[in-house]
Design a protein around this ligand. Structure first.
Ligand SMILES: [Zn+2]
Length: 242
């Protein structure tokens, strides 16, 4: 014969199980929010973008310096050309040898200038590309920052709401647990730990709601007849027979 068991307390076990399952669900939900996962993704994306932006900015500055350097050089060559041409056409130089040397010098300077202008053009194209890269990265960074801000806010709201639910279920749980005898509670906790969070289950239509196994009719009959604290013969969970 089963030991004398408080039937009301036994039914309270199902209420307790309800609270424990709700708490477990909420804790799982809190730990696996897709918003949190996306936020982590965004954080590493932003860190990458920060690094990329730093490199792209440095490259752009370097090319801009190169453009300025070539422009300065062109300016100098230009001044030199002007000086030599002035001398050529000033009439001060009358020696034909000296004149043709001057002419050759001006030709050489003009070639040098043309070469420098090619360099300048190439550097300017590179600077434009570097500008575009920095702009694109900046836009991407702004978008990720915006999304990250929105998600942080949403996540805060979600977490707050889950925490409020958790607090409510925890309070209920404490209250229910207080009305269940210690030995019954200890057994329930032990089984719950071993059986994926479910220590007590109802027997409904001859089926254990813990392991979803239909028990043999004879066993169901025996359970109904004996009363008291019973356990599922399949999963060993505490079985609450109505
Ligand atoms: Zn079972």
């Amino acid at each position: 014969m089963a030991p004398e068991v408080d039937t009301t307390a036994l039914h309270r076990l199902l209420d307790l199980q309800g609270e424990d399952s709700a708490i477990k669900r909420l804790v799982d939900q809190r730990g696996s929010l897709p918003e949190a996962a996306r936020l982590e993704e965004l954080k590493s994306q932003l860190a990458e973008l920060d690094a990329d932006l730093e490199i792209a900015g440095k490259q752009r500055d370097e090319i801009a310096r190169e453009v300025a350097r070539v422009e300065g050089e062109i300016e100098l060559v230009d001044q030199k050309i002007q000086r030599e041409e002035q001398r050529m056409y000033s009439g001060q130089v009358s020696n034909p040898k000296e004149l043709s040397a001057l002419q050759a010098e001006v030709e050489m300077l003009k070639k040098k200038k043309a070469g420098l202008e090619d360099q300048e053009l190439e550097a300017m194209v590179g600077r434009d590309q570097a500008d575009t890269t920095v702009q694109n990265l900046t836009t991407e960074h702004e978008q990720a920052t915006k999304e990250s801000g929105e998600l942080t806010e949403k996540l805060g709201e979600l977490t707050q709401s889950i925490d409020a639910d958790l607090a409510r279920h925890n309070a209920n749980r404490t209250q229910i647990a207080g009305s269940i005898p210690d030995d019954m509670l200890i057994l329930y906790e032990k089984i719950r730990e071993q059986k994926h969070g479910i220590g007590a289950a109802a027997l409904e239509n001859g089926t254990c709601q813990g392991c979803h196994t239909a028990l043999p009719a004879k066993e169901v009959e025996r359970l109904r007849a004996s009363g008291g604290l019973q356990r599922c013969e399949n999963c060993r969970r505490i079985l609450i027979v109505n």
